[in-house]
Write a protein of this length. Structure first.
Length: 323
């Protein structure tokens, strides 16, 4: 399938046909699983390649049951496990990781769960919801899961779903909560959360490159899923009106991608997990199955911001994350 910028959007099936055999016997944890979601599609697609255990997280088990049924239809021998996880509560994140005490290793951790342009709300920890759910909960999850990922050895992976919104996103270090909602712009806040996710992956990838652990942030493309449930007609009209004039933080023009299916959306996540041709691109931002540093702005690439975000995140979770 051709893309808006002349590239080629590949399917999950294609990526797995090349590299999927490496998933045999692996333990894989995927967040944000629901029917007809990118995470759900990812879980179903990889199940054909004989992983040992696929751990599926969501806020309720009913969300993952249709996905488990699809997995069992594709490969009844794959073991699945539901893990209840509410990313809007750091206490629940810690509880969920504790529930995995009997899992000795995690070969691939894929963080897909998120929220997009909701009305202003705060997490249980008092943070703007998109920053808290999309980014900070994943910072804590990676910290808590890292011993299990290290136990899996080289070629294990940490893959964090980001978005093309990173091109206009910036972390407002002095006001991540938008003055308690008074200055809240849902699209700007979505960009902030994705900027944070991408900066985190860049710095984490650098920190872990000596251990052979793959770290990537991923733009899955524009995929129609439940993530867009807060899109109203007025919001979509605004996007269409401004699309022709869209520029990133550095003033460079860019276009909105065309919508694709969940198979294409999951493909770049799979690339981050197992494609051997990019394993030396530690921490890279992936777009259409390849590193895309040209999509990143000076704000994202500013190493001072990497340190500032890491230190802010440690403060917000109330403990150091030392690698």
């Amino acid at each position: 399938m051709p893309s808006w910028d002349g590239g080629l959007i590949l399917s999950s099936e294609f990526i797995l046909s090349k590299y999927g055999e490496s998933l045999a016997g692996k333990t894989i944890l995927i967040t944000g699983v629901a029917n007809d979601s990118i995470a759900g599609e990812l879980a179903v697609q990889i199940s054909a390649y004989k992983p040992s255990l696929v751990i599926l997280t969501a806020r309720s088990e009913s969300r993952v049951e249709p996905v488990v049924a699809k997995i069992k239809s594709k490969n009844p021998d794959v073991s699945t496990r539901f893990l209840k996880l509410d990313l809007s509560d750091l206490k629940d994140v810690r509880r969920a990781v504790k529930d995995l005490d009997d899992v000795p290793k995690i070969d691939h951790f894929v963080a897909v769960a998120g929220v997009m342009v909701p009305p202003y709300a705060k997490t249980a920890d008092g943070l703007e919801s998109q920053f808290g759910v999309n980014y900070l909960a994943n910072f804590l999850l990676v910290k808590e899961l890292l011993p299990k990922i290290r136990a899996a050895g080289p070629k294990s992976s940490i893959v964090i779903c980001s978005s093309s919104a990173v091109r206009r996103g910036q972390v407002h270090f002095d006001d991540i909560n938008y003055s308690d909602g008074e200055t809240y712009d849902p699209l700007d806040a979505y960009g902030q959360s994705n900027a944070a996710r991408t900066i985190f992956a860049l710095f984490l990838g650098e920190k872990l490159k000596g251990e052979g652990i793959r770290v990537f942030s991923v733009d899955p493309g524009a995929v129609q899923t439940g993530l867009q449930r807060h899109f109203g007609g007025e919001f979509l009209a605004q996007i269409q009106l401004t699309e022709a004039a869209m520029r990133d933080l550095d003033g460079r023009p860019y276009n909105m991608p065309n919508f694709t299916g969940t198979s294409e959306g999951a493909a770049t996540l799979i690339t981050g997990m197992i494609d051997p041709t990019i394993e030396e691109a530690h921490g890279a931002f992936l777009h259409q199955n390849a590193p895309a540093e040209d999509h990143l702005t000076s704000h994202i690439l500013n190493r001072d911001n990497w340190t500032k975000l890491w230190e802010l995140s440690e403060k917000l979770i109330g403990e150091p994350f030392i690698i």
